[in-house]
Ligand binder design. Structure first.
Ligand SMILES: CC(C)(COP(=O)(O)OP(=O)(O)OC[C@H]1O[C@@H](n2cnc3c(N)ncnc32)[C@H](O)[C@@H]1OP(=O)(O)O)[C@@H](O)C(=O)NCCC(=O)NCCS
Length: 147
């Protein structure tokens, strides 16, 4: 799989994956486009296999902190290390920007994602009640990075 920086040509595929995976909690297509345009404190990547987008990750950051805004793998490509490679890319960006803390939110019953994040060393910081448009709770997770 190749990792590429997300661009506007990827957005239709990214949005379809997002709709399939996040359903009513998905970002709109416009929000994906807007996030790409606001590239000073944002970055985004896609995983490509055989010329098709099979996963994506959106990141935002400031001087010291990075947040993984969303991450998904197209269903036919799950359990093939797509998310692992996208997470490794996020960690490379974090390292290059000397980020010291990484954050993310994940639905409390999303075991595949929680497993993935724990594998990358994230710990639960707190529960955010009623966090999603569907009113489900989120876990806020954190990972401290050392030099
Ligand atoms: C969570 C998600 C991104 C994982 O993507 P993936 O490409 O299938 O994950 P990978 O193959 O890279 O797996 C990496 C690790 O994640 C964990 N994992 C992934 N799927 C899992 C599952 N179904 N059950 C348990 N653990 C799972 C495992 O720890 C796995 O490592 P292992 O294969 O060595 O056991 C994917 O299931 C998805 O898109 N879910 C819907 C969207 C979502 O919930 N995104 C995250 C919230 S922002």
């Amino acid at each position: 799989m190749q990792i590429e920086r997300m661009n506007e040509n990827h957005i239709d595929d990214v949005y379809l994956i997002s709709l399939e995976e996040f359903k009513e909690n998905s970002w709109s297509k416009n929000l994906f486009i807007k996030e790409l345009q606001d590239n000073k404190f944002k970055d985004a990547f896609v995983g490509i296999k055989n010329n098709q987008v099979v996963g994506f990750v959106n990141l935002c950051f400031n001087d010291e902190e990075m947040t993984i805004l969303n991450l998904a793998t197209k269903s036919a490509f799950k359990r093939q290390n797509v998310a692992k490679m996208l997470m490794q890319t996020a960690f490379e960006v974090a390292k290059n920007k000397s980020i010291s803390r990484m954050f993310l939110e994940v639905e409390v019953d999303n075991f595949p994602a929680i497993n993935l994040y724990k594998k990358f060393g994230f710990e639960v910081l707190k529960i955010r009640k009623n966090y999603y448009p569907n009113h489900h709770d989120a876990l806020e997770m954190i990972k401290y990075l050392s030099d």
